[in-house]
Design a protein around this ligand. Structure first.
Ligand SMILES: [Zn+2]
Length: 309
């Protein structure tokens, strides 16, 4: 069965300004990598706009309306905090990124595809229910999980996050809700400072911090020895992946030493996990990754593994 790729040009129009690491060229690099001949079998579709109803399953209504009301002029930006910035195209980009996660869940839960990947930005895993943060405006993975529950009858959803930063936003959405599992490997200490191994939620949160310099072997072990068995025990109806590629050795924002081959290995392991737990249902979405070349190669390795596994 083919893999669904969701993206939208509007995601290129979110521009936090010169020298900002979360730049439009990130998505260009990803799409260029996925344009190679080996990806001809990907089924490509346009990301729809998320609706207010879909967003407010996670975010308060006044938060959603406040974000959507920020429409700077084309030559202006509005800083929401030290590193989260909106431009004229940001609101639509954020709606498309969240909408892609919704459409991906629809396709996978209906059985039209086993796997789907959302090549979108801005990312989502730092966004808390009522607080934009860390380049993120809406909590895309959390919105996907809630949609699967609300519309498709999923009882339990697992969100796994291999971005080098801890997904404080996703964790904040669900730390009191045992119907969602959140598992993350991340460098620690590092932004945003959360993700201690002692943070358990209601037994549904598993954080595996890795020290600066940790290599692919340590990264794989975090997943094979800890997170994958915990997801298997949780027995989800859907697996959502927050796929950030900034654990790569070349990434300028962190100090792990993960390589493309490790992302491919983990992706295959997660697909095998989904095959055992939830009829193979995998929805993956782009989070971080700030070395343009490494990001393109790593995303290609991830999608190649989604297609193969
Ligand atoms: Zn990150």
């Amino acid at each position: 069965m083919s893999v669904l790729l969701l993206t939208h040009r509007a995601c290129l129009h979110h521009d936090p300004g010169p020298h900002h690491p979360e730049c439009p060229d990130r998505l260009r690099s990803v799409l260029k990598a996925l344009d190679a001949g080996e990806f001809v079998d990907l089924i490509r579709d346009q990301a729809p706009l998320a609706t207010v109803e879909q967003l407010t399953r996670v975010h308060p209504e006044n938060y959603v309306s406040a974000i959507l009301a920020i429409r700077p002029e084309p030559d202006e930006t509005v800083a929401l905090d030290g590193d989260t910035v909106m431009s004229w195209g940001s609101a639509e980009a954020a709606l498309r990124a969240a909408g892609a996660s919704i459409a991906a869940v629809d396709a996978v839960m209906k059985g039209e595809f086993r796997r789907a990947f959302c090549a979108t930005r801005p990312p989502g895993h730092h966004c808390e229910p009522a607080r934009p943060m860390g380049f993120c405006l809406f909590a895309n993975a959390a919105i996907a999980a809630r949609h699967a529950q609300a519309v498709h009858g999923a009882r339990r959803v697992a969100i796994v996050d291999f971005d080098v930063h801890h997904g404080n936003g996703t964790q904040a959405c669900f730390e009191a809700d045992g119907s969602i599992f959140y598992g993350s490997s991340h460098q620690w200490p590092l932004y945003p400072g959360t993700g201690d191994a002692a943070e358990h939620g209601v037994g549904n949160i598993l954080n595996v911090p890795l020290p600066p310099g940790a290599d692919g072997e340590a990264f794989r072990a975090a997943w094979v020895d800890h997170i994958i068995p915990a997801v298997e025990a949780f027995a989800p109806d859907l697996l959502v992946i927050s796929a950030g590629f900034d654990a790569h050795a070349a990434d300028p924002l962190a100090q792990l030493r993960v390589r493309e081959v490790d992302f491919a290995y983990l992706t295959e392991a997660l697909c095998a996990l989904a095959d055992r737990c939830c009829e193979g249902r995998v929805v993956s979405m782009l989070e971080g990754g700030y070395d343009l070349e490494a990001l393109g190669r790593s995303t290609a390795a991830h999608v190649r593994a989604l297609m193969r596994a």
